[in-house]
Design a protein around this ligand. Sequence first.
Ligand code: ZN
Length: 366
Amino acid sequence: MIQTLAPDLSTAEISIFGPGVGECAVIHFGNGRWFIVDSCLSPESKKPIALEYLNSIGVDVATQVHGILVSHWHKDHIEGLYQLVKACEKAVVHASAALFDKEALQLASLYKKVPFNDTDKEIREFREVVEHLHNKKQHNRFDIVHAKHLFFEDRIINTRLVALSPSSVAVTQAIERIRELKPKEGGRRVHLVAPSSENLNAVAMHFSFGEFSAVLGSDLEYSDNVLVGWQAVLDSKISEHLSLGKAKVYKVAHHGSKSGHHLGIWEQLLEQRPQAITTPYANSYLPKSEDINRIISLASSFIVTRDPTPKSKIKHDPMTDRWLKKQIKNRHVINDKIGHAQIRITVDGEYQVEKSPICVEYREVG
Ligand SMILES: [Zn+2]
């Protein structure tokens, strides 16, 4: 069962949320200090899941959230980000170096003048965040992330969160792509704001708490270009340089897809047969059955925060629909229908995984 009270001060936590499309994680470093990775909305309340969860367990987000990371600029990872930045007043906003580059900031300001449509969601959220911090004169809340970036460290309780990516080449390439996105002459705009290759610029992380370590893979992918993506993480020898412990828990990259897979990660950064967890990307039915088979051959167990297999949609009549909506409005606790895997870690490195009923768990048979 998901714990509904905040962890005690000496217990760390990683919670991973994935309602179907969308991903968000929250981390407790210990001593009431929290960190949020990405944002997605509750399908029912349309509020950021991270805010709902932290509020429901009694965390004061205005003072206790120390940082918010935008791992990369795709819609399924940024919805509700502006609300998060507003509510978590003290949090530093971390994002890939490419995004806070001059070109990206210019792009955000250009989009102010034109009406938005759905495909501009990413840049609108970005503009709102940039404008909010600008209006509040909080420019020091921006923080630029490269591989090896240290988000948090407490040497007394031995807690650390570091970035494994993006590589400097990935950042340069992303800035090049942002340049190409400038509105064309004659006012015609490029519709797809964040190119799919944005995943190579994603921020993957290593989290440690005492003897416990986890790798959070974001949507980082493998590329034939060894200077970017997972190969660049391995080639940088970051785990030796920073003496990173092998991870017991792995948030599998890119919704478990083949493009996010790299065997070297499993062999070099993770313990043998770690606990694997991912969020689905229901629009493309990720992870696919071949992905699940590949992952359970490497993991002790594989939790997907919601069943990724396609199903026909259940149709309610309008009356039932209205009734359901009303019920949902009256609920204050976080809904157990939201895909949620909750890991609580004690100082001796022991950890416990809880999951909401909507999660599915796979294991290798025999
Ligand atoms: Zn994604």
